[in-house]
Design a protein around this ligand. Structure first.
Ligand SMILES: Cc1ncc(COP(=O)(O)O)c(C=O)c1O
Length: 303
């Protein structure tokens, strides 16, 4: 069904004096037209340019309206073709309803369920683009995962120069600082540039991730906004768990646990390395044997 001479846009009233946002008015008009059956399933809507011109609106606003109604399932657009009314989007007329069938709901009053039809799609896309422009680098200088290497001094200084040049910050993720088996603990990057580095520590590795306790060192001007964001994101860490951790540390039990875990993990580390060396040696030995049998050279190296 094509957009007919009955010009459905005439049914769309945009009242600039009402104080209601124009986009909301337009969305409401189209949504209502579809629900009430004035716009039929499959019917072609005018192009965004055309409708914008007719109603004296910007084309972007009409496009946003179409995108929103598409997200809500009222409209469909296929690449290269017009926007049309989607199947199943109209409320069946009362007379057409099979007797005894539940009436179709036009509003949802269930508690705790947001009105996803009102989702601020365009603002969300904007915010995502803004967030992607944030000038922050996440680094694990003490123990890169998965290779395990530590960042040496020169690359550390280069990283700090890089962030200074861009007026950026480093988020130093020091997630397992307590456990080192093959080297002395390295200093934190944060110590080299407290004004440029946000340092994050956690007890996820030393105690348990489920406790959700960590700590942060940050430039003073970021302390308040970050605390606010933390509050918004998880309503803060339970006080009882924080106090329990403090008691564990003060009593020396945390230290004792760390020493025991270090020894245990170091033993596992050594076992794993020995097994790996063994398997590498036997692979080399067999490769060398093959080489000897075929007349080539071979060496077992340090195995
Ligand atoms: C690279 C890295 N950073 C941080 C963490 C700790 O995250 P959280 O403290 O949120 O448990 C982990 C835990 O596995 C990790 O692998």
């Amino acid at each position: 069904m094509e957009w007919s001479g009955s010009s459905p846009e005439l049914l769309l009233v945009v009242d600039r004096t009402s104080g209601r946002p124009l986009r909301a008015q337009l969305e409401h008009g189209v949504r209502d037209g579809i629900r009430m059956g004035r716009l039929q399933v499959g019917e072609r809507l005018p192009s965004s340019r055309e409708l914008a011109r007719t109603l004296g609106l910007s084309r972007g606003l009409v496009q946003e309206c179409y995108a929103q109604l598409q997200a809500e399932g009222y409209l469909v657009t296929h690449p290269g073709s017009a926007t049309r009314v989607a199947a199943g989007s109209a409320i069946p007329p009362a007379s057409a309803r099979p007797s005894g069938a539940a009436p179709r709901l036009v509003a949802d009053f269930r508690w705790g369920v947001p009105d996803l039809g009102a989702f601020l799609l365009q603002d969300w896309l904007w915010a995502t683009r803004e967030a992607a422009r944030a000038r922050a680098v996440v680094a694990t200088p003490a123990h890169q995962w998965p290779t395990g290497v530590a960042l040496a001094l020169q690359p550390r200084l280069a990283l700090l120069d890089w962030v200074r040049d861009r007026d950026a910050i480093v988020i130093e993720d020091d997630y397992d600082a307590e456990f080192r088996y093959d080297r002395e603990p390295v200093g934190a990057l944060q110590g080299l540039a407290p004004d440029r580095v946000i340092f994050l520590g956690t007890i996820s590795k030393s105690l348990a991730p489920a406790l959700r306790i960590g700590w942060m060192l940050c430039p003073p001007d970021l302390a308040e906004p970050l605390t606010e964001q933390k509050h918004l994101s998880d309503r803060r860490t339970p006080t009882l768990d924080q106090l329990a951790l403090a008691r564990l540390i003060e009593s020396g039990r945390f230290d004792r646990h760390l020493r025991r875990m270090r020894a245990g993990y170091a033993a596992r580390h050594a076992t794993l390395l020995a097994a790996h060396r063994g398997s590498t040696c036997s692979q080399r030995a067999s490769a060398s044997g093959t080489a000897r049998r075929t007349g080539g050279g071979g060496a077992l190296g340090s195995c």
